[in-house]
Write a protein that binds this ligand. Sequence first.
Ligand SMILES: [Zn+2]
Length: 221
Amino acid sequence: MICYRPERISDWSGVVIVTDFHCPNCGTPVNELARYARMTVCEACDTAILIEDDAVRAAGVKGVMHDTVSLFDIGDTVKAGGQVITLGGKARFSYGRGFWDEFWGVDEKNAPVWVSLDEGDVAIQRELDDRSLSSAVQKARIGDAIRMGGTEYVITEIEQAECVALRGVFDHELKVGETYNFFNASGRGSAILSYEYWDGGAQLYLGDWFNPFDIVVEPAS
Ligand SMILES: [Zn+2]
Protein backbone atom coordinates (compact mmCIF):
# COMPACT_ATOMS: atom_id res chain seq x y z
CA MET A 1 0.00 0.00 0.00
CA ILE A 2 1.31 3.41 -0.92
CA CYS A 3 1.05 6.03 1.73
CA TYR A 4 1.38 9.67 0.95
CA ARG A 5 0.54 12.96 2.49
CA PRO A 6 -2.15 14.43 0.29
CA GLU A 7 -0.94 17.93 1.01
CA ARG A 8 2.61 17.20 -0.20
CA ILE A 9 3.21 15.52 -3.54
CA SER A 10 6.44 15.56 -5.55
CA ASP A 11 6.27 16.06 -9.29
CA TRP A 12 8.47 14.15 -11.77
CA SER A 13 11.49 16.38 -11.18
CA GLY A 14 11.32 15.97 -7.41
CA VAL A 15 9.96 19.46 -6.85
CA VAL A 16 7.62 19.31 -3.91
CA ILE A 17 4.18 20.56 -4.77
CA VAL A 18 2.30 21.82 -1.76
CA THR A 19 -1.36 21.64 -2.59
CA ASP A 20 -2.79 22.67 0.72
CA PHE A 21 -0.54 24.74 2.91
CA HIS A 22 -1.38 27.14 5.68
CA CYS A 23 0.57 29.42 8.00
CA PRO A 24 1.27 27.56 11.28
CA ASN A 25 0.82 30.79 13.18
CA CYS A 26 -2.48 32.18 11.84
CA GLY A 27 -3.82 29.56 9.42
CA THR A 28 -3.89 31.80 6.36
CA PRO A 29 -3.31 29.93 3.05
CA VAL A 30 0.09 30.82 1.61
CA ASN A 31 1.08 32.28 -1.72
CA GLU A 32 0.56 29.85 -4.57
CA LEU A 33 4.23 30.09 -5.58
CA ALA A 34 5.13 28.38 -2.30
CA ARG A 35 4.46 25.17 -4.24
CA TYR A 36 7.97 25.61 -5.61
CA ALA A 37 9.53 27.14 -2.54
CA ARG A 38 11.27 26.17 0.67
CA MET A 39 10.39 29.27 2.58
CA THR A 40 7.69 31.88 2.62
CA VAL A 41 6.57 34.89 4.59
CA CYS A 42 2.90 34.85 5.63
CA GLU A 43 1.08 37.77 4.04
CA ALA A 44 -1.35 38.00 6.93
CA CYS A 45 0.81 37.83 10.06
CA ASP A 46 4.37 38.29 8.66
CA THR A 47 5.72 35.05 10.12
CA ALA A 48 8.67 33.64 8.14
CA ILE A 49 7.83 29.98 7.50
CA LEU A 50 10.13 27.13 6.56
CA ILE A 51 8.65 24.31 4.48
CA GLU A 52 10.25 21.03 5.54
CA ASP A 53 9.74 17.42 4.55
CA ASP A 54 6.66 16.75 6.58
CA ALA A 55 6.07 19.92 8.50
CA VAL A 56 6.03 23.66 8.37
CA ARG A 57 7.56 25.76 11.09
CA ALA A 58 7.97 29.39 11.98
CA ALA A 59 11.50 30.49 11.08
CA GLY A 60 11.99 34.00 12.30
CA VAL A 61 11.14 37.55 11.47
CA LYS A 62 10.66 39.30 8.17
CA GLY A 63 12.54 42.50 9.04
CA VAL A 64 11.65 46.02 8.03
CA MET A 65 11.51 46.81 4.32
CA HIS A 66 11.02 50.51 3.76
CA ASP A 67 9.19 50.79 0.48
CA THR A 68 10.96 52.52 -2.35
CA VAL A 69 10.03 53.14 -5.95
CA SER A 70 10.98 49.93 -7.72
CA LEU A 71 11.13 48.83 -11.35
CA PHE A 72 9.22 45.66 -10.41
CA ASP A 73 7.90 43.88 -7.34
CA ILE A 74 6.53 40.59 -6.04
CA GLY A 75 3.81 39.21 -8.32
CA ASP A 76 5.11 41.01 -11.42
CA THR A 77 6.31 39.15 -14.50
CA VAL A 78 9.70 40.25 -15.84
CA LYS A 79 10.59 39.63 -19.50
CA ALA A 80 14.22 39.98 -20.53
CA GLY A 81 16.55 38.22 -22.94
CA GLY A 82 13.91 35.64 -23.89
CA GLN A 83 13.20 34.78 -20.27
CA VAL A 84 9.79 35.17 -18.63
CA ILE A 85 10.06 35.23 -14.84
CA THR A 86 7.29 35.55 -12.27
CA LEU A 87 8.60 37.09 -9.07
CA GLY A 88 7.64 35.38 -5.80
CA GLY A 89 10.02 36.66 -3.14
CA LYS A 90 12.02 39.76 -2.32
CA ALA A 91 15.06 39.82 -0.06
CA ARG A 92 16.78 43.06 0.83
CA PHE A 93 20.50 43.14 1.54
CA SER A 94 22.48 45.98 2.99
CA TYR A 95 26.15 46.49 2.16
CA GLY A 96 28.76 49.23 2.02
CA ARG A 97 27.08 51.51 -0.51
CA GLY A 98 23.47 51.09 0.57
CA PHE A 99 21.14 48.23 -0.21
CA TRP A 100 19.89 46.13 -3.07
CA ASP A 101 16.93 43.82 -3.60
CA GLU A 102 17.18 40.21 -4.67
CA PHE A 103 13.99 38.77 -6.15
CA TRP A 104 13.38 35.02 -6.31
CA GLY A 105 11.09 33.80 -9.06
CA VAL A 106 10.33 30.99 -11.47
CA ASP A 107 10.47 30.89 -15.26
CA GLU A 108 7.87 29.32 -17.57
CA LYS A 109 9.23 25.85 -16.71
CA ASN A 110 9.08 26.66 -12.99
CA ALA A 111 12.89 26.68 -12.79
CA PRO A 112 14.24 29.03 -10.12
CA VAL A 113 15.74 32.38 -11.18
CA TRP A 114 17.21 35.28 -9.19
CA VAL A 115 16.64 38.85 -10.35
CA SER A 116 18.68 41.50 -8.56
CA LEU A 117 17.95 45.18 -8.65
CA ASP A 118 20.68 47.55 -7.51
CA GLU A 119 20.17 51.27 -8.17
CA GLY A 120 18.45 50.55 -11.49
CA ASP A 121 20.92 47.90 -12.62
CA VAL A 122 19.27 44.54 -13.20
CA ALA A 123 21.01 41.15 -13.17
CA ILE A 124 19.21 37.90 -13.97
CA GLN A 125 21.02 34.80 -12.74
CA ARG A 126 20.56 31.11 -12.15
CA GLU A 127 22.34 28.75 -9.79
CA LEU A 128 25.33 27.15 -11.46
CA ASP A 129 26.37 23.70 -10.33
CA ASP A 130 30.12 23.84 -10.95
CA ARG A 131 32.69 22.48 -8.49
CA SER A 132 35.75 23.44 -10.52
CA LEU A 133 36.54 26.60 -8.53
CA SER A 134 38.80 26.00 -5.54
CA SER A 135 37.99 27.74 -2.28
CA ALA A 136 41.32 29.58 -2.74
CA VAL A 137 39.28 31.92 -4.94
CA GLN A 138 37.95 33.40 -1.68
CA LYS A 139 41.33 35.12 -1.29
CA ALA A 140 41.07 36.79 -4.69
CA ARG A 141 41.05 40.57 -5.06
CA ILE A 142 39.24 43.05 -7.24
CA GLY A 143 40.76 42.95 -10.73
CA ASP A 144 41.84 39.31 -10.47
CA ALA A 145 40.76 37.05 -13.33
CA ILE A 146 39.24 33.64 -12.75
CA ARG A 147 38.75 31.01 -15.42
CA MET A 148 35.77 28.73 -15.55
CA GLY A 149 34.45 26.57 -18.35
CA GLY A 150 36.85 28.16 -20.84
CA THR A 151 35.60 31.66 -20.01
CA GLU A 152 37.46 34.36 -18.13
CA TYR A 153 35.74 36.50 -15.53
CA VAL A 154 37.27 39.56 -13.86
CA ILE A 155 36.31 40.33 -10.27
CA THR A 156 34.67 43.75 -10.03
CA GLU A 157 33.24 43.73 -6.53
CA ILE A 158 33.87 41.93 -3.24
CA GLU A 159 31.39 42.56 -0.47
CA GLN A 160 29.82 41.33 2.70
CA ALA A 161 26.07 41.87 2.84
CA GLU A 162 23.48 41.47 5.55
CA CYS A 163 19.93 40.29 4.90
CA VAL A 164 17.69 42.99 6.41
CA ALA A 165 14.20 42.06 5.21
CA LEU A 166 12.22 39.29 3.51
CA ARG A 167 8.88 39.17 1.70
CA GLY A 168 7.17 36.40 -0.23
CA VAL A 169 8.58 32.96 -1.09
CA PHE A 170 12.06 31.49 -1.70
CA ASP A 171 13.48 28.10 -2.57
CA HIS A 172 15.97 28.13 0.26
CA GLU A 173 16.15 29.48 3.76
CA LEU A 174 17.22 33.07 4.25
CA LYS A 175 17.50 34.73 7.63
CA VAL A 176 17.18 38.35 8.58
CA GLY A 177 20.39 39.39 10.33
CA GLU A 178 22.57 36.81 8.60
CA THR A 179 25.61 37.98 6.64
CA TYR A 180 26.74 36.69 3.25
CA ASN A 181 30.13 37.02 1.59
CA PHE A 182 30.26 37.26 -2.17
CA PHE A 183 32.05 38.62 -5.19
CA ASN A 184 30.82 39.61 -8.61
CA ALA A 185 32.87 39.03 -11.75
CA SER A 186 32.28 40.21 -15.30
CA GLY A 187 32.63 37.94 -18.30
CA ARG A 188 32.25 38.44 -22.04
CA GLY A 189 29.50 40.84 -23.06
CA SER A 190 27.07 41.34 -20.21
CA ALA A 191 27.85 38.09 -18.40
CA ILE A 192 27.98 38.26 -14.61
CA LEU A 193 29.21 35.52 -12.32
CA SER A 194 28.47 35.75 -8.60
CA TYR A 195 30.21 33.61 -6.02
CA GLU A 196 28.62 33.43 -2.58
CA TYR A 197 30.52 31.70 0.19
CA TRP A 198 30.24 30.87 3.87
CA ASP A 199 31.96 28.55 6.36
CA GLY A 200 32.06 25.19 4.61
CA GLY A 201 30.28 26.05 1.40
CA ALA A 202 29.88 28.17 -1.70
CA GLN A 203 27.34 28.71 -4.46
CA LEU A 204 27.81 30.13 -7.95
CA TYR A 205 25.24 32.13 -9.90
CA LEU A 206 25.64 32.89 -13.59
CA GLY A 207 23.64 35.23 -15.78
CA ASP A 208 23.60 38.62 -17.44
CA TRP A 209 23.25 42.30 -16.70
CA PHE A 210 20.31 43.97 -18.37
CA ASN A 211 19.67 47.57 -19.21
CA PRO A 212 16.39 48.51 -17.49
CA PHE A 213 15.13 49.76 -20.88
CA ASP A 214 15.46 46.24 -22.29
CA ILE A 215 13.17 44.79 -19.63
CA VAL A 216 9.41 44.49 -19.97
CA VAL A 217 7.46 44.32 -16.72
CA GLU A 218 3.91 43.02 -16.58
CA PRO A 219 2.38 44.09 -13.28
CA ALA A 220 0.62 41.55 -11.09
CA SER A 221 -3.00 41.25 -12.21
ZN1 LIG B 1 0.28 33.81 9.29
